[in-house]
Design a protein around this ligand. Sequence first.
Ligand code: ADP
Ligand code: ASP
Ligand code: MG
Length: 260
Amino acid sequence: MQLIVQKFGGTSVADATRIKYAAERVTNTFSEGNQVIVIVSARGKMTDELLELAFEINKKPSTRELDMLLSTGEQMSCALMAMAIHSLGFPAVSFSGRQIGITTDSIHTKARIVNIDAKRILEELSNNKIVVIAGYQGVDENDNITTLGRGGSDTTAVAIAAHLKADMCDIFTDVDGVYTSDPRIVPEARKLTKISYDEILELASLGAQVLNVRSIEVAKKYNVPLRVRPSFNDGLGTLICREVSEMENIVRKWCNPYKK
Ligand code: ADP
Ligand code: ASP
Ligand code: MG
């Protein structure tokens, strides 16, 4: 039995059909005899919409209140994902970051995880449940809700995978994997089968948002086996590991499409 973390980004849970499709992937993995932890992002453009609403109401919203607001997007997705899993006849239970013991520092809107108390996750896994967790959030030592910065659900997934020494952390997204450049901007971009932590860090630092920078740093530090995979087909995506010669110089060879 393996422990698999599966993270679904915003596009992958944008509506009921997509949530149901993602739930099928989760239950397929579970049916193969694995323990599964699911991390979800807010649906579609929900985080942007919440931000827009906040700034419409107050030009300088308090960052504490922003975190209260923004964390609700992921909370909605995780309840809906648990319901979708139930409707397929499988056991699942959803949790907010706070409920699952994710403690952060107090830097609202870009907090860093300082501790994960995985007791509840382990309890539910041993009760044969699929554990669904709201990404992008935690709670500081004074019980204020915090968020981890844009794209922070990747960090939640990788941090939990690192903490529990998961066998694999799959990041499901709306492209087929990691490309030499953003495939939406550069049509000739080539999909990579493998890429090293350092190389993808370089891509991310040039602006590639396919994985959040912090999540790659955590994956590298704890050597988390990581894959970026397509949500909408069965492709194997891109494996991210320690050393990959194939990628040598490839980042440097391409112009920087992220430069504004
Ligand atoms: P999610 O909502 O699943 O977290 P993101 O929008 O954060 O997805 O990241 C996926 C997007 O990253 C893709 O739609 C793609 O346009 C963009 N992207 C930028 N650079 C790359 C790259 N080198 N390889 C793949 N995707 C990239
Ligand atoms: N919902 C948050 C964002 O849009 C976090 C995430 O999707 O990873 O940035
Ligand atoms: Mg993302």
